[in-house]
Design a protein around this ligand. Sequence first.
Ligand SMILES: [Zn+2]
Length: 289
Amino acid sequence: MDGIAGLPVVDHHCHLSPAGEGVRAARRFRSAGGTHLFLATQNYDAEVPTTLDSYLRQFETTEQLARAVHEGTGVQVPLVVAPYPVDLVQAAPTLGVPGALDLHLRALDLAGRWVKERRAVALGEVGWPHFPVPSEVAAACRSAFRHALEVARDVGCPAVVHSPDLDGAGWEQLEREAGEVGLPSHHVVKHYARSRRPSGAGGTTVPSYLARRELVNDVLTDPGPWFLETDYLDDPKRPGAVLDLATVPRRAAALARSSASAAEHLAVPFLRSVEQVYGFTPELPRELP
Ligand SMILES: [Zn+2]
């Protein structure tokens, strides 16, 4: 049967690479019961992008990967595009901080146009570096993030946030920043959440939890919205660095076997959260290609 317990099965954040497993990894996801992969763009070259054109080519590569996965496996692959927040740090030595910021803002605008044209469903990853950077660069990163929230507001899509781990105050800060630009907080998704969000912190901002067994068990009864993800990297040089792409469907299948109520809870990350945050209903695939 497609999906698990009659539900679509959604990995909310992964990367694929033309130099990695690509469609083969997606096939593993599909055989385990997966139906929807939210595919985030990434740098496919060794060098950090220093022109808008290189971002355009990067997004196009991601789009081609999505199409290849869909045609090869039947999995639905919503696209998530943006300049990676750390790019700004890495481009600064070449372009200068103002030049790197300017490029970053234009690349965010490009990503916004892709959402408007329905080539992508969200901006991501946007945010700020997960490591300390010089204060001038940190300030540029903050204004880039603010612009990302504004673009998301203007095109009416979610912003998928890359950041260090957040504590309660961090979640609240995120909610506040979204509020300041008028982005609804259910359009702010913190990806790679590695622990349960403290209850009451961050309003309706949305955690996308890493699909580790203990964490999934811990958050399963939360009413949502929340997601599950692997952040699969598809990097042949770093096999096993992250969860495998088959993790979400395998975890879901094990839970669905264990109890009927688990299947009900899984409707939160796989169905209702997608509806609430992205505004569409993930359909079960009709047939295998
Ligand atoms: Zn990622």
